[in-house]
Design a protein around this ligand. Structure first.
Ligand code: RIB
Ligand code: NA
Length: 311
């Protein structure tokens, strides 16, 4: 039985403090709420795809510890296959310290831990699932070599690939572009990768053109409340398409980009002939739901919570 969406990526335990603002260096401030949640960009994207109704598998590594055990249960609770979830005694489950301010903005430090031990051997075991999936999704919270190897394997097997270069690294291996059917990043990642400021929708279109020139089939740059821009190599002469979003009341934007990508993966798997712009429009709406409640995965909607016209 083939999977709709396979994610090769990270799991993190999110340790979240809500405070009026982000502290300055050397400063202690009072926050008003603390909670622990399931996070990590890879797992977040996988969970969102699963909640939309995709048949999903996660390829990842957690520690042989309390957080790792809990994370495996979380995948099971969400119907994600754990056949390729490894546990290691050599490192702790990844952790993310997150501070969310009253504007819903965040600052995050990740300690990837066990995520960095996901490697070639794990990919070999997952290869049958990876090479027969409809869509593969990768990010950069595991070793970049592992992500690139997974993307290449999928690409060679005609599996559609989504690559989310997050958190961005300045000297990204050029092969990442060539192995990406959809290269999807946010404005700050686009800035770091292209070296040009991305302040406006126009800037985003230009950054997108540059990323397209590097060899990916299509590019999406997400712009928070301003939606996203979509570009395709099939229509290189046409300008980028801006896909706006409806305004919502923002409580916590943490993981909104992951909600978008998880939803996008679902659409690519279930509606392969739908235009990328339409998929992006719908994924914007899904991510728009996630920003209206606190937390990452806790705020991700399921199919039953969403308008039927999104399916
Ligand atoms: O993208 C949001 C995620 O980034 C959080 O869940 C945190 O774990 C970090 O990886
Ligand atoms: Na949220």
């Amino acid at each position: 039985e083939a999977f709709d969406v396979v994610v090769v990526g990270s799991c993190m335990t999110d340790l979240v403090s809500q405070a009026p603002r982000l502290p300055k260096a050397g400063e202690t401030i009072h926050g008003h709420k603390f909670f622990i949640g399931f996070g990590g960009k890879g797992a977040n994207q996988c969970i969102q795809a699963a909640r939309m109704g995709a048949k999903t598998a996660m390829v990842c590594k957690v520690g042989k510890d309390f957080f790792g055990e809990n994370y495996i249960q979380n995948f099971k609770d969400n119907g994600v296959s754990t056949d390729f979830v490894g546990q290691t005694a050599d490192s702790a489950t990844g952790a993310a310290s997150i501070i969310v301010n009253d504007a819903g903005e965040n600052a995050i430090v990740i300690v990837a831990g066990a995520n960095l031990l996901l490697g070639g051997e794990d990919l070999r075991r997952a290869l049958p699932a990876l090479s027969s999936a409809k869509v593969l999704v990768c990010q950069l919270e595991i070793s970049p070599d592992t992500s690139l190897q997974a993307l290449r394997q999928a690409h060679e097997n005609n599996v559609k690939t989504i690559f989310n270069p997050a958190p961005a690294i300045p000297d990204l291996d050029p092969d990442f572009y060539r192995a990406s059917d959809v290269f999807c990043c946010n404005e700050s990642e686009a800035e770091l990768l292209t070296g040009a400021a991305v302040a406006s929708i126009e800037d985003a279109g230009q950054a997108g053109q540059e990323l397209l020139r590097r060899g990916c089939s299509s590019v999406i740059i997400t712009l928070g409340s301003r939606g996203c821009v979509v570009l395709s190599a099939q229509e290189p002469s046409s300008p980028s398409h801006h896909v706006p979003t409806k305004p919502v009341t923002t409580v916590d934007t943490t993981g909104a980009g992951d909600s978008f990508i998880g939803a996008l993966a679902f659409y690519m798997a279930h509606f392969p002939t739908m235009s990328l712009e339409e998929m992006a429009r719908r994924a914007n709406q899904v991510a728009g739901v996630s920003v209206q409640t606190i937390g990452t995965q806790t705020s991700y909607p399921s199919k039953k919570d969403l308008p039927t016209d999104l399916f």
